[in-house]
Design a protein around this ligand. Structure first.
Ligand code: SF4
Length: 382
């Protein structure tokens, strides 16, 4: 006998290993489990809201609410990225997003009511959450509930719009969502989103300003590189000029801008141009944040296939650090330069992390020399 059922928190997974001795018994059990899953989803119907997977690290540690405005990526061609490759892009209707906000607010109101029994201000804590879950145990299986609880416990201050390029929504729709969100949850202090440079370039300056006025504060933009040849190679769908135009336009509209660059993306061959031209594009934009996301070949990408055949022109950790140093030397900005991702994992001679991984990073130009000294130390150590 060899049929095995695994029940996990988010899903019911049936794994059939081999054999058929207990086939009849297990088939019935499987049907019951499927029925249970169906019933469970019906039970929590009133608490359904949608949430996606990806968000920047700076929206995780601070427990942001993840509100899904669109599904997946409207571009989806970047050769280094595997995030949404098997998924189709979809816009969500504003009424469905507003319904999600209302469901979240309903959960919030119930938690608040429970909390007020012990705290006059109704501060939501773990005790209220556990009482709420006991009353509605099906919520334990809800995909987004722990995210919502963390957000409420941490004060409900920051929100991130998912997925890869929310600005592609119609401006009227986004403003409608922003207005509803801000009037429903009044403690919100910051709302951010990913945005592609090309989408920003296409959007009118007045639409961008309207979205910013309605409450979207910060845009996270995937620059990756400022080198034209490398942008073409990775099929980014944006030129260096698009990046400069998009970044500057977003800043002019009032947004805080976070630009993400990918050290090591061009391999050894394109490293020098990647460093020099990325620095040059960032200087022209002068964004609020510059964030390093070192290149790693991800499963599901052409780079991963090349790496597994030993055909990838990949840089060593020391070469990556040298490239970062060259990029930093080129920078003439008043940005904060951040290494707030686990991929920035070079170690210092004392065995600790070489670079500060805080979301606020190093303030430029004040801390530029300090950062260069650290990089030099790391390079010597490797
Ligand atoms: S735009 Fe972003 S999410 Fe879309 S394919 Fe490129 S890197 Fe991936």
């Amino acid at each position: 006998m060899s049929v095995k059922f695994i029940l996990c928190q988010d899903n019911f997974i049936l794994t059939i290993l081999t054999g058929s001795f207990f086939f009849g018994y297990y088939t019935k059990l499987f049907i019951r489990l499927r029925q249970r899953k169906k019933d469970f989803f019906m039970d929590i119907k009133n608490y359904e809201f949608e949430t996606g997977i990806y968000r920047p690290p700076s929206e995780g540690g601070r427990a942001s609410l993840l509100l899904r405005l669109t599904r997946n990526c409207p571009w989806n061609h970047c050769t280094f990225c595997a995030m949404y490759k098997s998924e189709k892009f979809e816009l969500r209707k504003p009424e469905n997003i507003i319904q999600d906000i209302n469901v979240m607010h309903d959960i919030y109101s119930r938690l608040k009511k429970i909390s007020q029994k012990t705290d006059p201000k109704g501060k939501i804590g773990t005790q209220a959450i556990s009482e709420f879950i006991q009353k509605t145990p099906d919520l334990y299986f809800h995909q987004g509930i722990s995210m919502l609880f963390s957000w409420l416990v941490s004060g409900g201050k920051t929100v991130f719009f998912q997925d890869a390029d929310s600005l592609i929504m119609k401006t009227d729709h986004m403003v409608q969502v922003l207005n509803h969100l801000k009037t429903t949850f009044r403690a919100i202090q910051r709302i951010t989103s990913y945005g592609r440079s090309r989408t920003i370039v296409r959007k009118s300056a007045s639409d961008l300003a309207r979205i910013h006025r309605a409450g979207l504060d910060r845009l996270h933009i995937g620059l990756e590189t400022g080198d034209a040849a490398l942008l073409e190679k990775i099929k980014k769908g944006a030129t260096p000029e698009d990046h400069v135009k998009g970044g500057k336009k977003a800043i002019k509209a009032g947004f805080q801008v976070s630009e993400y660059w990918m050290p090591g993306l061009g391999g050894k061959t394109m490293s020098k141009d990647h460093a020099k031209n990325t620095g040059s594009v960032l200087n022209k934009i002068n964004p609020h944040y510059i964030r390093s996301r070192p290149f790693t070949p991800r499963p599901g990408t052409i780079f991963y296939k090349q790496a597994s055949k030993n055909e990838l022109d990949q840089m060593t950790p020391k070469e990556q650090l040298l490239e970062i140093k060259q990029t930093i030397q080129t920078l003439d900005v008043t940005s904060r330069v951040c290494f707030d991702h686990a991929g920035n994992c070079w170690t210092a001679p004392n065995g600790r992390l070489l670079l500060n991984q805080s979301y606020e990073g190093y303030k430029f130009p004040e801390e530029k020399q300090n950062l260069l000294n650290l990089l030099e130390k790391g390079i010597e150590h490797l």
